[in-house]
Design a binder for this molecule. Sequence first.
Ligand code: UP6
Length: 274
Amino acid sequence: AYRRTYADRAKQHVNPAAKSLLETIERKQSNLCVSVDVTSFNDFLSIIDAVGPYVSLIKTHVDIIEDFEPSLILRLQELSAKHDFLIFEDRKFADIGNTVALQYSSGVHKIATWSHITNAHPVPGPSIIRGLAAVGLPLGRGLLLLAEMSTAGALARGAYTEDAVRMARGARDFVIGFIAQRRMEGVGLAEGEKRNEAEDFLVLSPGVGLDVTGDGMGQQYRTPEQVVSESGCDIIIVGRGIYGKLGNVDIGEVQRQAERYRKAGWDAYLQRLN
Ligand code: UP6
């Protein structure tokens, strides 16, 4: 998977969310996902409208929006159609199957009805995938497992990461990839077990920044080149690198940063292909 093009990989994926994401990346020449971690309805939508042309995926934390109302989702869906991107609610589910199925389908946010992709911590074991798949698979959704985290001292490493990859291998119709810091195809193989050449997980990496190496709260940043070209990840997830500290959102500057990261991510991909 490492040297294959996004377009080529899109043809082999059967999960609709994975297929569509890979096709969108190719069409827009963007492996950039912007993480829109803001708390106001208006900032949320204006940032998404500004970065929309430069991204293949928008990542949300919809539970941090102070003035949330269902119309926000309709507006988000309009922007998704206008700018041609997919939606990833970064919910990080972590409970028993029955509870996550309810959290995914119900409540105020009804995530499964609008988010093409969501993610889960593998900590409860395979039943978390079954619970989420019962809701998401009939809707054509895809799931990412958090196999690693970008923070200093993260516990998701070693045997935990290996077991996460094995869990994903057991549910490839729904689990389309990982939140991780490197490729995962070679991880979690038993001794003597060969890599399945047909296996192709998407790797989405947060902790990406061009100007700083940390945020003083445990976050660690790497450059798009380190993430995509050296570590073989497929999508860079960038939040504050694009919209800064907030206050008054300078839309022109947000747009310039989005194009800067889009180009850096795409150049790193082209470098990896060669
Ligand atoms: N995120 C990480 N690291 C992980 C998993 N998720 O940073 O291992 C998420 C955060 C945030 C975004 O919840 O929404 O990615 C990173 O934002 P930043 O670029 O502003 O640091």
